[in-house]
Design a protein around this ligand. Structure first.
Ligand code: BJW
Length: 275
């Protein structure tokens, strides 16, 4: 008997399903997670560069880091986890069960795997915004989609490489970084530590979680707020919470279902539900 049987039975009884994903979902596409041993770019921990303070003190360094990740995400392909989530969305919708994917990832691999109802809560590598603007949800006068990898002469695959000797490091003048047509410095439209999430996105998330009766958490360490609190919000409303992760997290024991392993190995079978 499949180890997923009880989980699948409960899932088919749900009305409003929410999937929350983190970096672990993209690990099998070759994209390093934040808190594993590969989470280094040059000598920097990812976490030290994902802050407004880092951008303020050295915008060129932070731009190089994000341009490196833009190039890496563009080359990566969605993996079995991304496609299993897309299949789940289609199956649930055709059985009148609502589905929302909330992702903390900024690599757009879920979009490329064709999942439709996605909330990108931490923004996207493929959007830029005016450095003074707080929102990031919609393209507008301060937010710009940009899939071009040649964004400026100083941010190339070579100058943004993760392993580069001191001799190869180039000094980048701020004026050479991406600017908007009014001369305002642009930055990646992502949420750094200490920054608030886009107000409209947070509202959308809150109303989605309010209705949610079945939450599936995949590949996130669950230490970064506000996402770290989503399971609790669903549990308060007596919703079911399930988790798929390579390693148990601090909350795994409090969930209704926990499945340990690579999400690319687990999800295709787990989400193969029959109505
Ligand atoms: C696999 C696998 C495989 C591997 N298969 N699994 C309340 C209490 C305390 C602090 C706070 C609080 N509220 C807010 C804060 C401050 C802060 C925070 O949470 N700090 C904590 C560290 C304590 N939060 C914020 O600042 C947030 N802002 C906010 O809340 O505004 C209001 C406010 C501000 C200030 C004070 C109070 C309120 C904003 C957080 C933004 C996070 N930004 C980043 C960078 C985004 C851009 C970028 O990508 O560069 O988001 S940080 C980074 O962490 C990134 C990720 O999305 C996020 C989560 O990481 P994730 O996805 O969980 O990755 P990992 O590496 O941690 O885990 C990977 C997991 O996968 C592991 O479990 C593996 O086992 C697993 N795995 N391979 C399955 N194949």
């Amino acid at each position: 008997m499949s180890k997923f049987k009880e989980f699948q039975k409960a899932l088919t009884k749900a009305k409003n399903v929410v999937v929350l994903t983190g970096a672990g979902v993209s690990a099998e596409s070759g994209i390093p997670t934040f808190r594993d041993k590969n989470g280094l770019w040059r000598q920097y921990e990812f976490m030290d560069l994902a802050t407004p303070e880092a951008f303020e003190s050295n915008p060129a360094l932070v731009w190089q880091f994000y341009q490196y990740r833009r190039i890496m995400a563009s080359k990566a392909k969605p993996n079995a986890s991304h496609y299993a989530i897309t299949n789940l969305e289609q199956k649930l919708l055709s059985n009148n069960i609502s589905f929302t994917l909330i992702t903390q990832n900024i690599d757009e691999l879920h979009k490329r795997a064709n999942t439709k109802n996605i909330i990108e809560m931490h923004g996207s590598l493929f959007r830029f915004k005016n450095e003074f603007y707080e929102g990031f949800k919609e393209d507008g006068i301060n937010v710009y989609s940009n899939y071009n990898l040649n964004i400026c002469d100083v941010l190339t695959e070579k100058t943004c490489a993760p392993n580069i000797s001191n001799d190869e490091l180039i000094n980048i003048d701020i004026s050479k970084l991406p600017h908007d047509e009014n001369g305002v410095l642009l930055r990646p439209a992502v949420v750094w530590f200490g920054e608030a999430l886009d107000y409209e996105i947070m509202n959308e998330i809150n109303s989605t979680l309010d209705k949610c009766d079945f939450l599936i958490i995949i590949g996130t360490s669950g230490v970064v707020y506000p996402a770290a609190n989503f399971a609790r919000l669903v549990q308060i409303n007596y919703g079911v919470v399930s988790e798929f992760n390579l390693e148990p997290t601090s909350l795994s024991k409090s969930f209704d279902y926990f499945f340990q392993g690579k999400s690319g190995d687990l999800l295709p079978e787990a989400f193969d539900i029959q109505f």
